[in-house]
Design a protein around this ligand. Structure first.
Ligand SMILES: NC(=O)C1=CN([C@@H]2O[C@H](COP(=O)(O)OP(=O)(O)OC[C@H]3O[C@@H](n4cnc5c(N)ncnc54)[C@H](OP(=O)(O)O)[C@@H]3O)[C@@H](O)[C@H]2O)C=CC1
Ligand SMILES: Cc1cn([C@H]2C[C@H](O)[C@@H](COP(=O)(O)OP(=O)(O)O[C@H]3O[C@@H](C)C(=O)[C@@H](O)[C@H]3O)O2)c(=O)[nH]c1=O
Length: 284
C-alpha cells in the first residue's frame, strides 16, 4: 500500500515516517493554509491511502487566529477528503478530545454530541464535518494528550520545568488518556489498510492511552519515572487561567475502535519509559 502523509515534523507524522513505507509532505511541499494545494498534491501523487497528521495544534494561540486555524484544521482536511473521494481512496484524519465540552465523567462515545470550548476544538470539529461531507471513504480518529520524544508536548514541558523548580502547580480536575504518538501512527496505518479493502468500516473512532489520569497525576508519573524531585501540587483549572478553556472530562470510550479494528488502548506508562529514554539519549 502506498500511503501519503500530510505532516513530517509533528509527533504523529514522525512516528509514521519511522514506521516506514510512507511518503511524508512537510509544510513546504503542501501548506494546509492552501487547501487546494493539498488536494492537488494527492491528485499528483495518486497514493492508495492518505493520512492527515498535520494540524494547527497551538490551543491558546488559536483563540487569536481562529480563521487561519479553521482553514488548516477545517478546509484543508475537507479538500483532502474531496481529492480522496475522486480517486476512490481512503482518508484517515486525526481529531481530538477537545471537540467535546467535557461535562460529566462518562467516557465520550463517538456518537456523543460535540461542544467545543475553544477555537482549536471548533476548528477540529469543522475538519471532521468537512471530511464526512466529501462523500468518500474516511475515518476520523479522535485521540487525546499526545506524547512522544519529539516536538512539543506535556512530557517535555514537565521535564524542563521540573528540573528548574522545586514545586509545580498542575491542574487536577482535567482527566484524560495520554496517548503515545507511536501507537496513533500504528493505528492510522491499520485503519487505512482496512478501509482500502473494507470501505464500509469508515466513520468516527476514539483511540486514547490508558489509564485515564489527571494532568497532575501524569506529571507525578513523569517525575517518578525520570527521577526528578519536583513536588506536584494539585490545583483546579480555575487557578491556571489560559486563553482557551480545556474540557474537564476528556475520557474517550475506545470500545468501538477495539471491536472494529482490534486496536486496544495502549498503556502510556510503558511507553513513557521508552519516551524518557529516547529524550535522555538525545540529551547526552
Ligand atoms: N498534540 C496533541 O496533544 C493532540 C493532537 N491531536 C491531533 O493529532 C494530530 C497530530 O498532532 P501532533 O502530531 O501532536 O502535531 P504537532 O503539533 O506535533 O505537529 C503539527 C504538524 O502539523 C504541521 N503543520 C502545522 N501547520 C501546517 C500548515 N499550515 N501546513 C502544513 N503543515 C502544517 C506542522 O508542521 P511545521 O513543523 O511546519 O509547523 C507539524 O508537522 C493533529 O490532527 C492534532 O490535532 C489530537 C489530540 C491531542
Ligand atoms: C505547564 C503547566 C500546564 N498546566 C496545565 C494546563 C493545561 O490545562 C494542561 C495541559 O497543558 P498543555 O498546554 O500541555 O495542554 P494542551 O496544549 O491543552 O494539550 C492539548 O493539545 C491539543 C493539541 C489536544 O488536542 C489535546 O488533546 C491536548 O493534548 O496542564 C498546569 O496546570 N501547570 C503547568 O505548569
Amino acid at each position: 500500500m502506498t500511503v501519503l502523509v500530510f505532516g513530517r515534523t509533528g509527533q504523529v507524522a514522525r512516528e509514521l515516517a519511522r514506521a516506514g513505507g510512507v511518503t511524508c509532505l512537510d509544510r513546504a511541499a503542501a501548506d494546509l493554509a492552501d487547501p487546494q494545494a493539498c488536494a492537488a498534491a494527492i491528485r499528483a501523487i495518486r497514493p492508495q491511502a492518505v493520512i492527515n497528521a498535520a494540524a494547527w495544534t497551538a490551543v491558546d494561540a488559536a483563540e487569536d487566529h481562529e480563521e487561519l486555524a479553521t482553514t488548516i484544521n477545517g478546509a484543508a482536511p475537507g479538500a483532502m477528503a474531496g481529492a480522496c473521494a475522486d480517486l476512490g481512496i481512503p482518508l484517515v484524519h486525526i481529531s481530538t478530545d477537545y471537540v467535546f465540552a467535557g461535562n460529566g465523567t462518562a467516557p465520550w462515545r463517538p456518537t456523543d454530541p460535540t461542544g467545543p470550548l475553544g477555537a482549536y476544538g471548533r476548528s477540529k470539529l469543522a475538519g471532521e464535518r468537512a471530511v464526512a461531507a466529501a462523500g468518500g471513504t474516511w475515518a476520523v480518529l479522535r485521540t487525546s494528550w499526545v506524547v512522544s520524544a519529539h516536538g512539543s508536548n506535556f512530557v517535555k514541558t514537565m521535564l524542563r520545568l521540573g528540573r528548574e523548580r522545586d514545586e509545580l502547580r498542575v491542574v487536577a480536575d482535567q482527566i484524560g488518556g495520554p496517548t503515545p504518538a507511536r501507537d496513533i501512527a500504528a493505528a492510522c496505518l491499520k485503519i487505512a489498510e482496512t478501509l482500502r479493502v473494507e470501505p464500509d468500516k469508515g466513520g468516527i473512532y476514539h483511540f486514547a492511552g490508558a489509564p485515564d489520569v489527571s494532568w497532575a497525576d501524569f506529571a507525578r508519573a513523569i517525575f517518578a519515572q525520570a527521577g526528578i524531585a519536583c513536588r506536584v501540587t494539585d490545583i483546579p483549572s480555575a487557578d491556571y487561567p489560559t486563553p482557551a478553556r480545556r474540557p474537564l472530562n476528556s475520557r474517550l470510550d475506545c470500545s468501538r475502535t477495539e471491536a472494529v479494528f482490534g486496536l486496544k488502548r495502549p498503556d502510556w506508562r510503558a511507553s513513557l519509559r521508552d519516551i524518557l529514554t529516547e529524550i535522555e539519549e538525545a540529551r547526552t
